[in-house]
Design a protein around this ligand. Sequence first.
Ligand SMILES: [Fe+2]
Length: 228
Amino acid sequence: MNQCDWINELNTDGYTYVSPNHWDERLSVLRSLILEGAGCEESVSLEEIHHHISPQDINTKRLKVISTINSDQAKLDWLLEPLAPFITKLIGPDCVRQKRVNLVMHLPQDETSIIPNHSDVLTGNSSFEVTCWIPLTKCHIENTMHLFPYKKGEKAYLMPKENEVVLFKHFLKHGNSLNTTNAARVSLNIRFKSLFSPENKKSLLDYFQIWKMSEFTRIGLNEWKNED
Ligand SMILES: [Fe+2]
């Protein structure tokens, strides 16, 4: 898909798929961090992680994994770097990113993993943000996230190919249903917005941090700081 196609698709449907460069290398580091955070052997497949985590431990393990992934912000920036050409093309050169990446472990037959349909705009994110949804396991219709595209309105299931990530807009309603497969679905999500776009309830300084900045803006901010 060329650059214009994915941007058109995002603007028309509210979501699209992109293939970042060097993404397989990043995925393997992310998978290792998740296993490390969950206290699992390196050889465990993420699809099988539910055999290594009891349902009552899932929330504690989930928090540990999130903390492991977010503990080294320089490493996280390196992990996210292949997304930069897409995000800056979409929202401009001055970008903030969500400070902490979120994790979803959607375990087979686990009712507590169900996320009801919602729009992130209604939970405090602004419609100027874009979410990057990063699958770490193969997605099946029965265990993936669904959303309701602008154009068609009916439910669509996210089915990215290997090494693809999903970009979607915050206004779209999304959620998931009971995972009726035997495989866990593990995915990450992180939000980006322009440094100069309006906020909703998630404030710029608490929820985000500067990710990319043009030299022009950097100089401008320094001059602005020294104006008085
Ligand atoms: Fe959401």
